[in-house]
Design a protein around this ligand. Structure first.
Ligand code: ZN
Length: 188
């Protein structure tokens, strides 16, 4: 269900077609939270393996450029005028391994947001908030965070390919370990 990117409504529609009993939204969410921890561990291990491969490959082939590509998105569709998704993500894929080497997720919290707006204490909830800025800024922040994560793991990235997201482009160019660029590739 998580891999397919569908929620409770979609999965219950599928179950209804199959003439199977539906699942309760609350139970499904609890189960998702429990399984989520294991998913995060496995994802981190997978990323570490991909980074190790990239490091090994760059040493063996004596490649001048260690190149990665990055892209991100939001869970809620944005328009030119509003970009208010509660969460966003960025993934970085290594050129040699073609696997996800690093990823980041920025989350706002609906409960906390409503409490601040209504100037009342937030109701008891499991808060996963790690972002307070604008949704638009998530992409740039997460891309930099992922690049720093790769550097910390020992992968010296010196070329980043991405789409024409100018805010991310500017932030990456401004960061202490960056230099010039060509087309959509930033040479770090
Ligand atoms: Zn919260």
């Amino acid at each position: 269900m998580i891999n397919a990117g569908v929620g409770e409504q979609e999965i219950n529609n599928i179950l209804a077609y199959m003439n199977l009993p539906f699942v309760n939204k609350k139970k499904l969410k609890n189960r998702e939270r429990n399984i989520g921890k294991s998913f995060e561990v496995v994802a981190a291990q997978s990323c570490s393996r991909a980074v190790e491969y990239e490091i090994r490959n760059s040493k063996e082939t004596d490649e001048q450029w260690v190149e990665v590509s990055a892209d991100g998105g939001w869970q809620k569709r944005g328009t030119g005028h509003s970009n208010n998704s509660l969460s966003g993500h960025v993934t970085i894929v290594g050129k040699s391994s073609r696997k996800c080497s690093s990823f980041g997720v920025a989350k706002k919290c609906r409960f906390c947001k409503n409490a601040i707006r209504r100037k009342v204490p937030a109701t008891k909830h499991k808060c996963g908030k790690n972002w307070t800025g604008s949704s638009k800024a998530m992409g740039a922040f997460l891309t930099l965070k992922c690049l720093q994560d790769l550097k910390r793991k020992g992968l010296e990235v010196n070329a980043l390919t991405m789409d024409d997201d100018t805010s991310t482009y500017t932030r990456v160019k401004r960061c202490p370990f960056s230099v010039p660029s060509k087309n959509n590739t930033i040479m770090i």
